[in-house]
Design a protein around this ligand. Structure first.
Ligand code: ATP
Ligand code: MG
Length: 476
């Protein structure tokens, strides 16, 4: 078939099928017009798309054309003067309506530039059917020390997917920490990017509430700038932290928040200091009962508290679910430093078993009847503290290993941002807590009382002392 090989007069080598696109001849002016229109379209797109650059550029060019150099320079000076006046005159509104929105736009640009790389390397980009879908960066809201990035997830993703790669994202965006929280809609996740550290500075002792609010004891500061209030009613508190992590400051912050109650007799604090009084000794007048050397005395204290708890539970049976403290039936708070000394390291087996038995009764029955335990320990493992789960409220200060975090705060909490093992030694008193109703752990710093401040507090608020069974004079 020779004809197949001849196309528009050209001879073509033999092939199964030969195809050639037809020539369409168009005049030069049509082509030129088309190219010009296309270029113009692109220009308009760029001008509109990057309005935040083009609009000011045009404006400044116009100022320059109209007034010379004085135009743009004068305008910048005017804006700076107005902003400075506003900032000094009314700082909160300046931050809220002036500074933070501008900063948000700028930061959004920064985050967008890294967004694709961040999503791909964190494996949050989803590939299927030969194309890739990225989570969408919607909005950025800046605030004091934290940027909240609103992200629309790819269908099928959950906030925990972001929580798991939070550390990677923190490094990518160059921030201290990233936390992922569910957004207002099911397909939205809120990434909290923490920049500065509001907890870097020591937290001074907080004012003593005249009547302690047992559901919200002021003990420290939260990462988001609010105060951290510990709910004591209905719970038992365990403080876990490596040596030097600031367990003492948690104990003293709690004692301070209850101090006015000690004076009025509404609260009794019983102190147990197995380290020989090193930690609690300075403030001994704060404690109605105090044991420091004698393990048998400590055991008796715990047994006594357990008996009180059982008696109250028996009396309150069927009447109420939460005991209300009165001077006749005060709130009893057992403060135990280095609990492991009583539950694990004690060599006297019999005594250890008695302590364990009394403690488990106290922990399980005391919380509704106003007999509470605030205990500190270094090692959260079950071998050391068999009844860890009887402490509903747990505070994780600096911990030695990543694996301990979930033991203390609960399954998955390290993934959600509780990096207790990363707290530097230079930040004692910093820790993570789980706040009721918030799925992500909150970073907090407890107030620090120096030895002198503890003594002064004991002078002002302390009462009777019973040390190792021996009754001493009241301090005040
Ligand atoms: N909230 C805090 N703010 C600032 N500094 C603190 C705070 N808590 C503790 N520190 C500092 O850290 C040091 C160690 O604290 P602390 O003795 O409370 O630790 P600890 O956890 O009880 O350690 P250990 O297990 O050795 O008893 C303190 O001497 C103090 O200087
Ligand atoms: Mg200590």
């Amino acid at each position: 078939m020779p004809l197949v090989n001849v196309i528009r007069g050209d001879r073509i080598d033999s092939a199964p099928i030969n195809v050639r696109t037809p020539f369409i001849r168009i005049p030069m002016w049509v082509a030129l017009t088309w190219w010009t229109l296309k270029a113009l379209g692109r220009l308009v797109f760029v001008v509109v798309r990057f309005w935040y650059v083009t609009v000011p550029a045009v404006f400044f060019a116009w100022l320059y054309g109209r007034f010379g150099w004085a135009g743009p320079v004068g305008f910048v000076a005017l804006v700076a003067a107005v902003a400075a006046g506003w900032a000094f005159g009314h700082r909160p509104s300046f931050l809220r309506f002036g500074w933070w929105p501008v900063l948000s736009c700028y930061r959004r640009m920064l985050y967008r530039r890294k967004w694709m790389a961040a999503m791909v390397t964190a494996k949050l980009a989803v590939s299927f059917d030969s194309h890739t879908v990225l989570p969408v960066l919607r909005r950025v809201r800046c605030g004091g020390g934290v940027d909240v990035v609103v992200v629309r997830m790819v269908t099928g993703q959950i906030p925990d997917d972001f929580a798991k790669v939070a550390e990677r994202l923190a490094h990518t965006f160059g921030v201290r920490q990233v936390k992922a929280a569910p957004g207002p809609r099911p397909d939205v996740v809120l990434l909290h990017l923490f920049r500065g550290d509001p907890l870097a500075k020591l937290v001074r002792p907080l004012p003593v509430p005249a009547v302690p609010e047992f559901t919200a004891l002021p003990v420290g500061k939260r990462e988001d700038g609010d105060g951290y209030e510990l709910p004591l009613f209905g719970t038992q508190v365990l403080v876990v932290g490596a040596t030097g992590s600031g367990k003492g400051s948690v104990i003293w912050s709690v004692v301070r928040s209850l101090a006015a109650g000690v004076t009025s007799g509404l609260v009794q604090i019983w102190g147990l200091d197995p380290k020989g009084g090193m930690e609690l000794g300075m403030g001994a007048p704060m404690f109605t009962r105090f044991a420091r050397k004698d393990y048998a005395a400590m055991c008796e204290l715990i047994e006594e508290a357990a008996t009180v708890a059982k008696d109250r539970a028996g009396k309150l049976y069927g009447r109420t679910r939460q005991h209300t403290p009165t001077p006749d039936e005060p709130l009893i708070v057992l403060v135990i430093d280095e609990l492991a000394n009583l539950t694990a390291y004690l060599t006297d087996r019999q005594l250890k078993d008695r302590i364990k038995a009394a403690l488990s009764i106290l922990l399980s029955q005391g919380r509704a009847v106003g007999v509470h335990v605030v205990a500190a320990i270094q090692d959260p493992r079950k071998e050391v503290l068999p009844f860890r789960d009887l402490f509903p409220t747990r505070i994780g200060l600096r911990l030695a290993e990543a694996a301990q975090v979930d033991l203390v705060l609960g399954e998955g909490m390290r993934d959600r941002g509780a990096l207790c093992d990363r707290i530097p030694q230079s930040l004692p008193g910093v820790g993570f807590v789980v706040i009721d109703g918030d799925p992500t752990p909150m970073r907090v710093r407890f107030s620090y009382l120096s030895d002198d401040e503890i003594r002064a507090m004991a002078q002002t608020y302390g009462r009777l002392r019973v040390i190792d069974g021996e009754i001493l004079e009241g301090a005040a």
